[in-house]
Design a protein. Structure first.
Length: 482
């Protein structure tokens, strides 16, 4: 149901609305990697093996991958304010359960509850920015959202490292609960009332297909490190059901009942932006998973020192994202993402060459350089993806963007850790040789990223109008919830 476009909000009004959304999205993305350095503590406190302890993170990612595709439908049905409140309540309940957990089963259950709320937060933020911010200012505002996408995964291990040294892993969840409740109260006060939404019928066949499709793929990826014979059937089944899910969405889109509207891929700008974010996510999530293992198991660095060493990477994204957003608004996406992808490729290759004797400083420098490149990618790619589709499709564009990041991030983390372990010279023990091998594979993804950004640049030069955000946009839909 369409309504006339509303006047553009003032900067003060925009800050008031975006503050709780950015805070909530940052918190839930942070939680995805916050347990990466806490695995040894969980193993000791709950008396579980390393493979079992990893399920505290895997369960979160599995649930996120299953729930994110529903976010576009839920936005159209409920709007941003109502969905935000439900998401933060679920996340808070999960954080409370995790803080009180004294069995591993309860901890995993808590992480699933957390992820049910976390899954929709990034699409809510993206849809709200797309509906409230005019195209010529979108890159600048999206720079704030980039802090969520790019900095939070890097800051997760850093935050966890500091938290573990001060209050333990239970305390990390108590802190998350307090912050979540504060953000919830802030959102209740600042998010505007919603217009009535037209009831959107749910396609239960799509729901039934999405769970085994996305869940099977992430489950298969999580099993690669420990049980390849079980991982392959899971991946094969997940991909087969995903094909059926895609066919179902194409069919239901004709009647306006798509669970996840894939007509967004008719846009060249959107498709190439999604391809680029897929390649970037492989590198990002692999890096924030492998580097803590490298620093602690190879270089002998403590968890607190590991957090300190990784902190500048996330800080670079936080500092540079608003700058790259302004550059996007002034020069367009291609002139920002092309040099950024070159930096990512150079830093990834550097990780394959640094010897163990170079020590913490050299690896930290490569980690920082890599995140400088990420800072130049996320803002323009998010703006390009959202600006390449009509307003009515932006909730689905946000859901697709987040789903892509989740699936390819999981693939990068699981696949490259498996490569690292297989190439390490001492069995399951992490070695520099294994790290070099993992980043050699990551460099292939970085090369693919560079090729995609070169294509985007050439396409923009041949078709200047195609780089104009929202060139085909229709009036703002109330389903965006702004």
């Amino acid at each position: 149901m369409s309504h006339p476009a509303q006047p553009a909000p003032t900067p003060a009004e925009l800050r008031k609305v975006l503050l709780p959304l950015v805070g909530g999205a940052f918190l839930v993305v942070l939680n995805e990697t916050i347990l990466n350095v806490a695995v040894p503590s969980i193993m000791r406190d709950l008396d579980v093996s390393a493979n079992t302890a990893q399920w505290a993170t895997s369960a979160y990612m599995l649930t996120m991958a299953t729930a994110i595709p529903a976010s576009g439908f839920l936005l159209r049905r409920m709007g941003a304010r109502r969905l935000f409140v439900i998401a933060m309540v679920l996340f808070s309940v999960g954080a409370l359960m995790a803080a009180l957990s004294h069995t591993f089963a309860l901890l995993v259950t808590a992480r699933v509850v957390q992820a049910c709320g976390a899954a929709v937060m990034m699409p809510v933020l993206m849809a709200t920015v797309a509906s409230m911010v005019p195209p010529e200012r979108r890159g600048t505002v999206m720079g704030t959202a980039t802090v969520v996408v790019g900095a939070a995964p890097a800051l997760g291990p850093a935050t966890s490292g500091f938290g573990l040294s001060l209050v333990g892993w239970h305390g990390v969840f108590w802190i998350a609960l307090g912050v979540a409740l504060l953000i919830l109260l802030l959102g209740l006060r600042s998010l505007p009332p919603q217009a009535e939404h037209e009831p959107v019928p749910i396609d239960w066949w799509s729901v039934a297909l999405s769970v085994p499709a996305f869940g099977g793929i992430v489950l298969g990826l999580s099993l690669i490190e420990t049980d390849v014979t079980a991982a392959i059937p899971c991946l094969a089944a997940g991909l087969l059901v995903l094909a059926a899910f895609v066919l179902r969405q194409l069919r239901t889109a004709r009647t306006g009942r798509a669970y996840l509207d894939l007509r967004t891929f008719r846009s060249t700008g959107f498709t190439t932006a999604i391809a680029a974010i897929a390649a970037t996510s492989v590198i990002l999530f692999a890096t924030v998973s492998i580097v803590p293992l490298l620093m602690q198991n190879v270089l002998g660095v403590s968890t607190a020192a590991t957090g300190l060493a990784m902190l500048p990477g996330g800080a670079m994204i936080a500092i540079l994202s608003p700058v790259t957003g302004r550059l996007h608004d002034r020069y367009g996406a291609p002139r920002v993402i092309l040099p950024a992808s070159c930096v990512v490729l150079a830093a990834t290759v550097a990780f394959t060459r640094i010897p163990e004797s170079a020590g913490l400083v050299a690896f930290s420098a490569a980690f920082i350089a890599l995140h400088i490149g990420f800072a130049g990618l996320f803002t323009p790619l998010m703006a390009l993806a959202l600006g390449s589709v009509s307003r009515e499709h932006q909730p689905d564009a946000g859901a697709t963007f987040s789903t892509t990041q989740q699936l390819f991030g999981a693939a990068g983390a699981a696949g490259l850790i498996a490569v690292m372990q297989s190439m390490s010279t001492h069995g399951d023990e992490v070695t520099v040789r294994g790290v070099h091998g993992a980043f050699a594979v990551a460099a292939c993804s970085a090369a693919a990223l560079l090729a995609i950004t070169v294509w985007i640049t050439l396409h923009a030069r041949r078709n200047p109008a195609s780089d104009e955000p929202d060139s085909r946009a229709e009036p703002v839909e109330s389903a965006a919830g702004a």
